[in-house]
Design a protein around this ligand. Structure first.
Ligand code: NAP
Length: 266
């Protein structure tokens, strides 16, 4: 397995595609993205270059070279669907995307461009990722951030009116591998851990599991004041991957596994 990083492989530089010629690839997996959801509201060009144009170029390259192309997308392609939130009906791959943010639009455009150029590609939508980082710096995912802040003495404000599914990158990568082995048809696939919670409930569960008791206050998305709008309910249905025999464990179990090996311990 080859891992391609900057500066040797800059996704914004089309000339770097040549780097791929020297590798003998069966599968190319793109995990890179412009994923600062709030900053994307201003850095629109950059978000589209990285989330739409770059994956589309990779998809075209893979089509020509007969390489399976896989890229990741997001629950933020969905917007407000009152009935889904009210009746807790997870989104299917066939539901219409209605993104609320520049990030969401750029990822949705990326999905369409990838599948238009390469209908055999797999576009995997996921949600609320946290996991181990192989690099030297520790990327502050939500769990690590809560563990760090939870040891301080400040009151934490966590959003309670956005329902998501926290997802372990370990589980996601294991099940992506399983999906590849099933040789599925090209298209959209939803993959997250099982279950749902608000960010506030996620934070509370983290603190309960590690026996920390910081002062945590539930706030509404409108009070929190983030620049970009997020959907209030963006749980993804895993029915489609379930037909391939792919099943995820609950987010609570995945979190407990992660915390038992996390490098940032209280
Ligand atoms: N995080 C979530 O909660 C979440 C939720 C739903 C979907 N997703 C999707 O899942 C995928 C992974 O997200 P993530 O949050 O795990 O990402 P991440 O850890 O932030 O990784 C993104 C990577 O993209 C790389 N990158 C950025 N610009 C690049 C460029 N021009 N050329 C090459 N590499 C570049 C970054 O490299 P540097 O380290 O060099 O900056 C970084 O390693 C993305 O498609 C994202 O949209 C994420």
């Amino acid at each position: 397995m080859e891992k391609l990083d900057r500066p040797y492989f800059d996704l914004e530089n089309p000339a770097h595609l040549k780097t791929l010629d020297s590798l003998s690839l069966d599968v190319l997996i793109n995990t890179a993205a412009y994923n600062d959801v709030d900053k994307a509201e201003e850095e629109i060009g950059e978000a589209f270059r990285l989330n739409s144009e770059a994956p589309s170029r990779l998809a075209g390259y893979c089509r020509k070279k007969d390489i399976l192309f896989i890229t990741f997308s997001t629950d933020y392609v969905f917007g407000e669907y009152e009935e889904k939130r009210e009746f807790r009906m997870p989104f299917q791959e066939t539901d219409e995307a209605r993104p609320l943010s520049v990030y969401g639009v750029s990822k949705w455009a990326g999905e369409c461009m990838v599948l238009n150029r390469n209908p055999d590609a797999l576009v995997i939508r996921t949600c609320g990722l946290y996991g181990r980082h192989r690099g030297t710096h520790l990327k502050r995912n939500f769990v690590e951030l809560m563990l760090q802040l939870g040891r301080g003495d400040k009151t934490l404000r966590v959003v309670s009116d956005q329902i998501v599914t926290p997802t372990s990158t370990w589980d996601l990568s294991q099940n992506t591998y399983k999906l590849i082995q099933c040789s599925p048809k090209g298209g959209l696939y939803h993959m997250t851990n099982e279950g749902e919670c608000s960010w506030f409930e996620f934070a509370e569960t983290i603190f309960n599991m590690v026996k920390l008791a910081p002062d945590v206050r539930a706030v509404l998305q409108s009070e929190y004041g983030a620049k970009a709008r997020r959907p209030s309910y963006s749980v993804l249905s895993k029915e489609k991957v379930g037909k391939y025999g792919i099943h995820f464990q609950t987010w609570e179990k995945a979190l407990s596994d992660y915390l038992s090996t996390s490098s940032v311990k209280p």
